[in-house]
Write a protein that binds this ligand. Structure first.
Ligand code: SF4
Length: 511
């Protein structure tokens, strides 16, 4: 506080201030500084559906059985003066499924939460079944459960809470094979989403020197940080498959600007629609590296392999892009055979951002899952003694809020979102949900810019809140410190091996 006062020149015109006046003036300045402080926040707001998902459950009611029940209840409880009389008419569901104008004769399944009370109580005439139309959405990796969660998060901007506890499996394939350590014992008083104590979600994109050097005058010499900061550890990746369009590009551009993150867009789309901006990352083919000069406002430009030269690291293109642009030049590297060499060469040549890509099921070409691949990339840079000089972005298989911290624990600085954007905007997928090039999606026909921007903002707000919860529960005060914190995770396969190895009948490697 005194330092603040000194900065603004606490100096009386007619001599030094008395201690009282100094204290008051110092407090006033401190108040001004505090009032001017803006805590980062994402403004969420519930929005309507334009293309609602199918209901989770189908509710079928036998009309005869229901008529009998109502007659019996009416005879037994007919007391119109009782203020709770209307409860009879809504039975057997307290969620309102049977409370429409014609009661259970025309049930309202969109209100059903699947508690099964009605079926348990009246098995003779009520049946509640999962809706097959919802069940067939998605695929084996991006399940209808992920899609429904994203849809709800993008609609409400809140953390989905069912009040029924966790009903899934403890352990499973992919990210479900990693548990995070959130025990009370390691938990100091961090405060999650309630905000009494700040937990930082900002991350740095670019390069920091591994150590600082000073000259004989004490001035900084040698390499200095070359980076910028974004407020959340996730960015929007290139829309996969046929999703790239001007409409979508404008939505992700404005959303990323609003929440202070980045949107990767095809460089041609950026140029054609004049979207060059600090929050936009134009993605160029290596062969077009000289076009990097066309994006003077970009802070990060990414290079990808030229079609027909799969997964190639092109030093020539990288040098050319660096010559013609002041932006940080990042390299997109697919997890194809030999990616480790390509990454090492790129970093040795001066690349400060490496954007790693698995397929949309989170697998590399050899079938390894991204948690292992991200870890390998992180450890490789650590062993080379240059981890902080490089930012690792990564995408592929990130379709749930919990996947973000798990990918960061595995070694990433920030994750890249692809399919969640499609489902947040209530788009539908018709093609592959595994191979990026074969994604065939449709967005709602009338994609209103404001609506779409709010949906994406809501998704980001919800995912950030869930990240804050996990950081709070771990007692970690900023997401930068989560990177590569393997000690905060447990791999289910390892736990099972530890517990059951040597016991007859146990087959390891289940998850
Ligand atoms: S399952 Fe539960 S929520 Fe659904 S209709 Fe029956 S009582 Fe209502």
């Amino acid at each position: 506080m005194l330092e603040s006062a000194a900065h603004v020149g606490l100096q009386a015109t007619d001599g030094p201030l008395s201690m009282d006046k100094f204290g008051a003036e110092s407090a006033r300045i401190g108040r001004e500084v505090a009032d001017g402080y803006h805590r980062y926040h994402i403004d969420t707001e519930e929005v309507d559906d334009v293309n609602p998902l199918p209901h989770r459950f189908l509710v079928t009611v036998g009309k005869v059985g229901l008529a009998k029940l109502i007659s019996k209840e009416a005879l037994t409880y007919f007391r119109p003066w009782d203020p709770h009389f209307d409860v009879i008419l809504s039975r057997p569901c307290t969620y309102g499924v049977f409370s429409g104008p014609l009661g259970g004769f025309i049930p309202r399944p969109k209100l059903c939460v699947g508690c099964l009370r009605c079926e348990v109580q009246h098995p003779e005439f009520v049946k509640v079944l999962p809706n097959p139309d919802l069940a067939k959405m998605g695929d084996s990796y991006t399940t209808h459960g992920h899609i429904a969660a994203i849809d709800e998060e993008a609609k409400k901007g809140m953390v989905p809470v069912r009040g029924q506890g966790y009903r899934g499996r403890f352990g499973g394939p992919g990210f479900d094979g990693m548990l995070t350590d959130m025990s009370e014992i390691v938990r100091p008083s961090r405060d999650g989403i309630h905000g009494r104590e700040l937990i930082g979600t900002a991350v740095d994109i670019g390069s920091k020197p591994m150590h600082l050097s000073f000259d004989s005058d004490g001035k900084l010499s040698g390499s200095t940080p070359e980076m910028f900061t974004i407020q959340v550890p996730f960015i929007f990746d290139l829309p996969p498959g046929n999703l790239e369009s001007t409409r979508l590009a404008e939505v992700v551009e404005s959303t990323s600007r609003g929440i202070d993150t980045l949107a990767c867009l095809d460089a041609h789309t950026v140029a054609r629609n004049r979207l060059d901006a600090p929050n936009v990352v134009p993605v160029l083919d290596n062969a077009e590296a000289s076009r990097a000069s066309e994006f003077p406002r970009a802070r990060l430009i990414e290079l990808r392999s030229t079609p027909g030269r799969p997964w190639g690291w092109d030093a020539g293109g990288f040098d050319l892009a660096r010559e013609v642009s002041d932006a940080i030049i990042g390299i997109r590297i697919h997890f194809e055979e030999g990616w480790q060499d390509r990454m090492t060469k790129a970093v040795e040549s001066g690349a400060k951002v490496i954007h790693l890509l698995a397929d949309l099921h989170g697998r590399g070409s050899d079938g390894t899952f991204v948690t292992e691949l991200f870890k390998e990339a992180h450890m490789l840079l650590l062993e080379q003694g240059r981890r902080d000089t490089v930012t690792l972005l990564g995408g592929g298989g990130i379709v749930g809020a919990d996947h973000v911290p798990k990918a960061i624990i595995s070694g990433l600085d920030a994750v890249a979102l692809d399919l969640p954007v499609l489902f947040a905007l209530q788009g539908r997928s018709n093609g592959s949900l595994r191979q990026r090039a074969k994604v065939d999606g449709t967005l709602p026909r009338e994609l209103d810019q404001e609506w779409a921007e709010q949906r994406l903002t809501n998704l980001c707000g919800s995912w950030r809140d869930q990240l804050l919860e996990i950081l709070g529960a771990m007692g970690i005060r900023e997401v930068r410190r989560l990177r590569g914190e393997f000690g905060r995770s447990m791999v289910v396969r390892h736990l099972e091996d530890e517990a059951f190895e040597g016991i007859a009948g146990y087959v390891g490697g289940g998850c």
